[in-house]
Ligand binder design. Structure first.
Ligand code: ADP
Length: 601
């Protein structure tokens, strides 16, 4: 693999992914220039590919000449006829023999260059996806992004091959045919040249229609990809509510829409191809009649009829090839732009040049914080104030939609205050390199996200060289010891896709262990809302207590046990902190919190 990487690498090493983004920025709106720029450092591979192509293809160009000469020699026999025939046969035979190794070399160089760009684009997209803001990800369906990384990049790869090599092949074929014809008969050349404008007119008139249809089709495909992924994720909910038919109907409607767009695209493409084909076939028949007539008049030799016929067929086929290529090229250009939508997105978290935190205390201050989501008018938070001391556990309670998760996301730095400020140890979060802060942060989300792998891998996610004793301590603190000991493979048990083989409570404790192993200063915990039996609840509560000890903790709390354990409780309503204090204080106050508790019990 290393060896292949070296082969594929550009001449001078540079940061490919950054260069790709830079290419997009520099040549915005010019897909062909963007594409060319992506090949920086690999142009020599294309030159080599072209040279090998030229040698490999020589046998095809020479064959009509060899055929015509042999026929002419046989028609006008002379003492050298046999010698000439042997010479032509051996010469053509040699050209055919070297075709195989040359074709190998040509493909190898072409492939190295195009695969490099293909991989580079995917790597650039993947890196960009990791930089894009969380809001971007929330708003963009993952299927759409998936389609860009897979389908669009593939279309760009095809475009490169077509642009740089098929077009070159076509140009060379046409040039050879025209030059040889021109040197032999000007009359026939004029006839050939006449065919080209007809082709051009046919091409241009259809190109615009196709471009529009292609965009429609791509959008519809992305939408479908997103819909299907969503449907698959939703299967348990759908089935639980017996909504299979409804869901299937919704997806079928989408599939039908794709089929319609696809059909319209196919029809336009077919029409485009066949009109061109028919026109040129007619020309070929006319060419045969025309050269036959010239031979009768004695202007050309009989054998040359086959030469002109072959070259005319070449020109016809090559122009048709351009016609067939157009959809691929249009699709490729469309994909270059589609990838640009992601690579050029400005919605990213910028950390460069900001204050780097060597250490974190964990003191938070929300000062008159105001925040609203981009796509909504209403402010989620307004003039929100809160001071959280080092090591303090603060529980947020309040109705759903009050803004609790938004506050947690602001602590993580996913959302930034639009007015006022959120400060950590006196630093405005907008001014610090969030990556340095997040090294001291652990997040336990509401639905514990596990990846397919072992329990060990899920706990140590992102931490290298974790000692076994450390890991066991964490396992104990997260109340996972009994579970691990009951499994035949222990920590090395596979959790299945998304942790499907574990219960909700077990997944949560693994997520807590994952937070613990990072030994963070700050914890953000969105408690799962699902009801648990009292044993599971007790186990989770103990794990949470071990986790939050001595750490600044923000919890969206749903369980009474968690709320009681918290140092302070903030009651959130309408984007504000309406009550604040210890459990006892708030109960004694008989205000909003007291009312909530009374309602719940
Ligand atoms: P809670 O966690 O208290 O249930 P949230 O912080 O999730 O509340 O939501 C607060 C408000 O912001 C709600 O009215 C919700 O509809 C809105 N909201 C949440 N996320 C988004 C989003 N990504 N885009 C637009 N509005 C959002």
């Amino acid at each position: 693999m290393k060896d292949f990487n070296r082969k594929m690498a550009p001449r001078k090493s540079f940061d490919t992914e950054n260069w790709f983004i830079e290419s997009y920025r520099r040549h915005k709106g010019h897909p062909m220039r963007i594409l060319l720029s992506l090949y920086r450092g690999n142009y020599h591979k294309f030159v080599l590919a072209v040279i090998y192509f030229f040698i490999k293809h020589a046998c095809v160009w020479v064959l009509p000449i060899v055929t015509a000469n042999i026929i002419n020699d046989v028609t006008n026999q002379n003492p050298d006829t046999v010698r000439n025939i042997i010479f032509y046969t051996v010469f053509e035979g040699l050209l055919i023999a070297i075709n195989v190794p040359m074709n190998y070399l040509y493909t190898a160089y072409k492939s190295l260059a195009t695969r490099y760009v293909e991989t580079g684009l995917r790597k650039a997209l993947v890196r960009k996806l990791q930089q894009l803001s969380i809001s971007y990800h929330v708003e963009t369906q993952s299927g759409r992004l998936h389609s860009k990384i897979m389908r669009d990049v593939e279309a760009v790869e095809t475009l490169s091959t077509q642009m740089f090599l098929s077009i070159l092949n076509i140009a060379l074929n046409i040039a050879v045919a025209l030059v040889v014809t021109g040197t032999k008969s000007k009359t026939v050349l004029v006839f050939f040249v006449f065919a080209a404008p007809v082709a051009a007119v046919t091409m241009v008139s259809f190109r615009n229609v196709m471009r529009r249809r292609n965009t429609e089709f791509r959008k519809e495909m992305e939408e479908t990809s997103a819909r299907i992924m969503e449907m698959v994720q939703l299967v348990p909910v759908t089935r639980a509510h017996a909504l299979e038919d409804k869901e299937a109907y919704k997806v079928s409607a989408q599939l039908l829409a794709v089929a319609e767009k696809g059909y319209r695209l196919d029809v336009v493409q077919a029409l485009f191809g066949s009109v061109g084909w028919a026109i040129f076939q007619l020309f070929q028949v006319v060419c045969l009649a025309f050269t036959g007539y010239l031979a009768i008049r004695g202007s050309i030799q009989v054998g040359d009829i086959t030469l002109y016929q072959s070259y005319f067929a070449t020109v016809v086929n090559q122009v048709s090839a351009i016609v067939t290529l157009l959809p691929t090229i249009t699709k490729g250009i469309e994909s270059v732009n589609s990838i640009g939508e992601v690579l050029l997105s400005e919605d990213i978290e910028r950390n460069e040049g900001k204050t780097q935190l060597a250490d974190v205390e964990g003191v938070f201050d929300f000062q008159n914080v105001g925040f609203h989501y981009k796509n909504s008018e209403n402010a989620v938070l307004h003039d929100f104030n809160l001071h959280v001391a080092k090591g303090e556990t603060i529980a947020f309670v309040g109705e759903s939609g009050a803004g609790k998760s938004t506050i947690l996301n602001m602590v993580i730095g996913f959302h930034m205050a639009q007015s006022g400020a959120v400060c950590l140890d006196g630093h405005d979060l907008r001014m610090i390199d969030l990556r340095t802060y997040r090294k001291h942060l652990a997040v336990v989300p509401q639905t514990s996200i596990l990846f397919s792998g072992t329990i060990r891998e899920n706990i140590t996610y992102g931490c290298e060289n974790v000692r076994d004793e450390e890991l066991m301590e964490v396992v104990k603190a997260a109340n996972l010891l009994d579970l691990i000991e009951s499994l035949p493979d222990g920590l090395d048990t596979q959790v299945g896709e998304h942790g499907g083989k574990l219960s909700g409570g077990q997944r949560q404790r693994i997520a807590i262990a994952r937070a613990l192993i990072r030994n963070p200063k700050i914890i953000v915990l969105d408690e799962a809302t699902s009801a648990l039996d009292s044993i599971s609840e007790k186990m989770i509560q103990e794990a949470i207590n071990n986790l939050v000890k001595g750490r600044t903790t923000f919890i969206v709390a749903h369980r009474l046990s968690t709320i009681r354990e918290a140092d302070r409780i903030a009651v959130i309503a309408d984007g504000n902190c309406v009550e604040y204090g210890t459990y006892e204080e708030l109960m004694a106050k008989k205000g909003a919190f007291y009312q909530m508790k009374v309602l719940q019990s």
